[in-house]
Structures are given as structure tokens and as C-alpha cells.
Design a binder for this molecule. Structure first.
Ligand SMILES: *[C@@H]1O[C@H](CO)[C@@H](O)[C@H](O)[C@H]1NC(C)=O
Length: 420
């Protein structure tokens, strides 16, 4: 798979002046999951088939197995004529739901080992021309992609790595139905996000007198932080070379989240993650340490803290991480905002920066119940894949999205890092 990609990118680079190696892979395919409540599988293929590539697919199909591994074709789950869908996208009626994670990665307290490397769910997409298969790909997980690619990416600095992330990572469950569509930015647990390959978690913290610390979405409390810490801890235990950036990005409740609460929270974080935390020491300069340098220290959780003073007082906390947030529900506005942010992003005390690649409902949408988060994620996720794959693959650091299974950002990041 990787070999094919490298080979193709070499071919396409030859004879062209613009090294757009990701753009011209006519007929290449990937699967996504709709952000809608139905969680239906979506077929995606590249339609940029500039001549002389004459491999435009006739059919796109979905199977329970890899078509390339079979000599006899059994009936597909779905088969469509590519020309009927010129945008290169088709939403199937097949529900993905919340299946068990492959490779023995399903979370349980007693889990002590799981299978390294990528794994597939039993869903494979294929693009077909005549009797030829152009491309196949499964919907899969990448639980150990950093370690799997360590030879290629070890010398990259953390501030130069393409790191797939989620926005409001903890907002995936636990609020009343009526609020759900405006509060939840995700529909997978933190554990599932990490197992899929997400390596940046954006967490907002609230404190409640009798119940302790929660992950919040602004003023709405969502879930207790302790369970999230346990999942991060368990994941690092099973995948000890994966580097995870945990960003305590805001403290929205109570509005006066004072120093007593910060101290209390920091000590809770330390109890659960302190021994895994990579102290910034002298590392927060330039683009930060390389992955090899981080691995040499055997501490792979980078904890960023939104309060500068608290971060300074605790040797194991990193300085605030800057998030570029467009705060718009318009796709074109988001794109030009991100493009500008990539060119002009300012240097901060933290060597990393995050692009928030999602749309945001405006207050009037809550009032009229329009443009909820699921709809907005569906509006933009396919474009996010294309922008970061075809235009910005070389230039970005952290990219955080909503309903991340609706885009291909994890595979795009892995590929981009192998090509940097
Ligand atoms: C901070 O807030 C907490 C809870 O609201 C309160 O118990 C504590 O006394 C406050 N500390 C300071 C220093 O104001």
C-alpha cells in the first residue's frame, strides 16, 4: 500500500513542475462515516483525472473483503456507477454504528496487550475499470502509526509533524438529546479516537463543587475527566511509542476558575498522567524536539496548559498551545482563514500550533435549530480531506476536526509525514 503510494507519487512527480504528489491519483478510494445519527458508510474517490491518466473508474463498490485478495468476486454490498456521482462521493445506506475495534483493541479494564500495526474493519471500498481494480482500501484503525513509521518520521520535530486531532475531544456522549446536536463534536470515545490514530486531544475543563472535574463544552458538562485519563493511560501502556498531545485548552466553568482550582486540577492530572508526561525542559524552542529525542526519554504524553503561570510553576506542563479558530459556518471563509493561518501563524512559547478545521454554529442557529454540529461536519469534512491532502500536506502541524471519521485526516497525516 505505502509502496504503491510512493511509486505513484514518483511517477506523477516526473515531468511535472508542481510537486502535487497527492493530488493526481485518479480513482483512488477511501471510506468515511457520516456525522449524521445514522453513521452510514460513505464512499469517496478521487475524480481529478487530468489527461493523460486514462484510469477513470467505471464502478465504485463496497465489499466485506479486499477485492484484490479474491479471485472470485462475490456480490458487493453496494456497487455504483462512478459517472453517476461526479463529485466522487456517495453515501450508502449501510450503518456503521459502534462496532468492536479490530486487532484486540476493544477497551476493557483488563486489556493488557493488543496487536500492533494497522487493522481493518470488514469494509473495503474498490474502484474498478473494466476487469481491472484501480485501488482498494479498508476502513481501518492506525493504533501504532507513529511506531510503525518510526524510520521515516523519527527525525521530524514535533512542531513540524502533521498531527491528526479532534476538536472538543471529550464532547462525545452524556448530554440530553435536545442539546446533543449542538454540544457534541464527536461520536467516538477518547479511547476509540486514540486507537484510530488521533494524537491531539482538545479538552475544556469545568469544576463542580460536589462532583469534581468534568470535560465541558463551554458551560455544559459532559463527562468526568478521570475516565478520560484512564483511557489515555491505558492506551500509552498498550502503545508505548505513540506520542499524544493533551491540550487543557480552556477552563470555562466556573467563570472564575481560580488558582485553588488550578492547583487541585493539576494535582489530579499529575496523579493519573504525571509519570507519562514529557517535561518541556529546554525543549520548547524552535519546532521542539524530534520524535527520536522524545522516544529516548520514554515519556510520550505532552501536556499543554492554557494558563501560562500555572504551566510555568509545574515543570512537566507545556506552555499554552495556539488554536487557529475561524468561528464561521461558511466553508469558503474557513478555507481562506486556514490558508492565511498556515502562512502567517505566529510564534508562541509552545512549538506546536493547531488548525481548527471545523465549522461553528452561530447563536441564531441554536434559536432556529439550524446548522447543528453534525450537519456542519458533513458540510466540511470531505473538503477538509481534500485541502489537507492536496494543498497543505507539507505545511501543517496539528489539525483538529469534528466527527473525524467523516474525513480521512489520519491517513492523510500519516502519508504526508512519510513524504516530508
Ligand atoms: C476558588 O474557588 C473555590 C471554589 O469556587 C473556592 O472554594 C476557593 O476558596 C477559591 N480560592 C480563591 C483563592 O479565591
Amino acid at each position: 500500500m505505502i509502496n504503491t503510494i510512493i511509486l505513484l507519487s514518483l511517477c506523477f512527480r516526473f515531468g511535472t513542475t508542481y510537486p502535487k504528489e497527492f493530488a493526481r491519483r485518479c480513482g483512488h478510494v477511501h471510506l468515511t462515516i457520516s456525522a449524521s445519527q445514522d453513521t452510514n458508510l460513505e464512499l469517496n474517490w478521487i475524480t481529478d483525472c487530468t489527461p493523460p491518466d486514462n484510469i477513470r473508474p467505471d464502478y465504485i463498490a463496497l465489499y466485506h473483503y479486499n477485492l484484490k485478495d479474491r479471485s472470485e468476486e462475490t456480490p458487493p454490498l453496494v456497487k455504483i456507477r462512478a459517472s453517476d456521482h461526479p463529485s466522487g462521493y456517495y453515501k450508502t445506506k449501510i450503518k456503521f454504528g459502534q462496532p468492536w475495534l479490530p486487532g484486540n483493541w476493544e477497551y476493557r479494564d483488563s486489556l493488557t496487550r493488543a496487536d500492533q500495526g494497522p487493522h481493518c474493519y470488514p469494509y473495503w471500498i474498490a474502484s474498478i475499470k473494466g476487469n481491472d481494480i484501480i485501488d482498494t482500501r479498508c476502513l481501518g484503525i492506525q493504533p501504532t502509526w507513529m511506531n510503525d513509521n518510526r524510520m521515516q518520521i523519527g527525525t521530524q520535530k514535533i512542531g513540524n509533524l502533521f498531527i491528526p486531532g479532534t476538536h472538543n475531544s471529550g464532547a462525545y456522549v452524556g448530554v440530553p438529546k435536545i442539546l446533543e446536536n449542538y454540544i457534541l463534536n464527536q461520536d467516538r470515545s477518547i479511547w476509540t479516537q486514540l486507537v484510530h490514530g488521533i494524537r491531539y486531544l482538545d479538552l475544556r475543563i469545568g469544576y463542580y463543587e460536589n462532583d469534581g472535574f468534568y470535560v465541558n463544552h463551554d458551560l455544559v458538562r459532559i463527562t468526568k475527566v478521570v475516565q478520560i485519563f484512564k483511557e489515555i493511560r491505558k492506551f500509552v501502556q498498550l502503545a508505548p511509542k505513540e506520542i499524544i498531545v493533551v491540550d487543557f485548552h480552556r477552563f470555562p466553568y466556573p467563570s472564575n476558575f481560580n488558582s485553588t482550582l488550578h492547583e487541585k486540577f493539576v494535582s489530579l492530572v499529575y496523579d493519573y498522567l504525571g509519570d507519562l508526561a514529557l517535561p518541556p525542559g529546554g525543549l520548547q524552542v524552535g519546532k521542539g524536539p524530534t520524535l527520536n529525542e522524545i522516544w529516548a526519554q520514554n515519556k510520550n504524553v505532552i501536556i499543554c496548559y492554557a494558563d501560562k503561570a500555572i504551566a510555568r510553576e509545574n515543570y512537566w506542563l507545556w506552555q499554552p498551545l495556539y488554536q487557529h479558530w475561524a468561528n464561521t459556518k461558511n466553508v469558503d471563509t474557513l478555507k481562506s482563514f486556514l490558508s492565511r493561518a498556515i502562512k502567517e501563524h505566529r510564534v508562541t512559547l509552545n512549538p506546536m500550533f493547531a488548525l481548527m478545521a471545523e465549522l461553528t454554529p452561530q447563536p441564531i442557529d441554536l434559536f432556529f435549530r439550524t446548522n447543528n454540529l453534525r450537519k456542519l461536519a458533513n458540510d466540511v469534512n470531505r473538503k477538509v480531506t481534500v485541502w489537507f491532502r492536496d494543498e497543505w500536506a507539507r505545511d501543517v502541524n496539528i489539525v483538529a476536526t469534528d466527527y473525524f471519521l467523516g474525513n480521512d485526516i489520519i491517513n492523510v497525516a500519516i502519508e504526508a509525514n512519510n513524504n516530508r
